[in-house]
Ligand binder design. Structure first.
Ligand SMILES: *Cc1c(COP(=O)(O)O)cnc(C)c1O
Ligand code: SF4
Length: 348
């Protein structure tokens, strides 16, 4: 059964049978702090007979979110430290984030920007704030790529998207525009001819990075929405968060990566979960993550290999954290093959 509209309150989740009534007070407390939304598409994907359903775990709030551990922080990846002007994060020389909107069609329970997104979050850039952000990009000729994120930029209307794309069209040093989004999976019908036409208006090369974490998210409908984007000329890459109880298993993660490749989406990043408040129930150890990532290598196609990264807390950017493949042992290297057997290089 598909609900007609998104579920956004603790009460609606109880009525929909997604939360036991006795949890209502705790979930209300979670809702006071963090935004909730599940689109009808995501509600219909939840298997209600499975108490550990990986789709529910990503979107249905949990009392565990009320626990904030000492190492967790409101701005886990340090956006604020590198924000020269509202809506822009400029951490790396050649690219900026443009955060035009702080609304998402779904709210992920592990979101790294959970203190900034949602109806009570940082809001949408006003027209004059957007102009100022575009002026910043225009004044910095080292900016080669603009990454639209947020929030989910594809919740913007095609009209507002075309305003942004036309603004970028006028900036010659910007060659690439990248969107980070969950929309093709969580609200696939939004990807229609009008939206695609809006995305084309910059005349730039447009990439779309899809955020998805479980192979069941890549339904036929979601794959068709991605195909519309790719057929329109927008290459796609993937972005996944490694999450305990969702995809911390080489088979599940491998199936997800294969589903991306089958959809013509090149696996790009596998993120170690960030230290966002109230998310400790999703976090695993880096060593566990490295083991899962190593298990993918060799056992499934090289096309299916994501890069495992950590966003260093404090705004220091991303670091690749897969196991070092080559160990230097006294002037000679040793490497492991996909079966785990060790080999010397050069051989004796
Ligand atoms: C992650 C991130 C990027 C994009 O990094 P890529 O490695 O190019 O995908 C850009 N700016 C900021 C601030 C980021 O956090
Ligand atoms: S879609 Fe992205 S920004 Fe929005 S809640 Fe999920 S992780 Fe956060």
């Amino acid at each position: 059964m598909t609900a007609a509209r998104s579920l956004k309150t603790a009460e609606e989740l109880v009525s929909a049978g997604l939360i036991e009534p006795e949890k209502l007070p705790d979930i209300r407390a979670v809702a006071d702090r963090y935004a909730i939304a599940l689109t009808p598409t995501m509600v219909s994907l939840i298997d209600r007979t499975d108490r550990q359903d990986p789709i529910a775990r990503q979107f249905v709030p949990d009392p565990a979110e009320l626990l904030t551990t000492p190492e967790e922080r409101a701005d886990p990846i340090g956006d604020q430290a590198h924000s020269p002007i509202k809506g822009i994060v400029h951490r790396y020389p050649d690219r900026v984030l443009l955060k035009a909107v702080h609304i998402c069609p779904v709210y992920c329970r592990f979101c790294f920007r959970r203190e900034m997104v949602g109806p009570q979050g940082d809001g949408t850039l006003a027209p004059e704030e957007l102009s100022a952000a575009l002026a910043y990009i225009r004044e910095h000729s080292e900016i080669w790529e603009v990454i639209l994120t947020g929030g989910d930029p594809l919740v913007l209307s095609p009209r507002r998207l075309s305003t942004i794309m036309q603004g970028l069209a006028d900036i010659p040093h910007v060659k690439i525009v990248r969107f980070h989004t969950r929309v093709p999976v969580v609200e696939p019908d939004r990807i229609d001819v009008t939206m695609i036409a809006a995305l084309m208006e910059s005349g730039k090369v447009v990439y779309v990075a899809l955020h998805a974490n479980h192979p069941r998210e890549l339904t036929d409908t979601a794959r068709a929405a991605c195909a519309r984007l790719i057929d329109a000329g927008f290459p796609m890459v993937s972005q996944t968060v490694l999450l305990k109880g969702v995809n911390d298993d080489p088979v599940v993660l491998g199936d997800l990566m294969k589903a991306f490749v089958e959809t013509r989406i090149k696996p790009y990043y596998l993120h170690h979960p960030d230290l966002a408040p109230g998310t400790s129930h999703f976090r695993l150890d880096i060593a566990e993550g490295q083991k899962i990532v190593s298990a993918l290598r060799g056992n499934i196609s090289g096309l299916c290999q994501p890069t495992y990264v950590l966003d260093i807390p404090g705004g220091h950017g991303k670091a690749v954290i897969g196991e070092s493949a080559a160990r230097n042992e006294g002037g000679c290297y040793s490497v492991n093959d996909f079966r785990g057997e060790e080999h010397r290089y050069p051989p004796k």
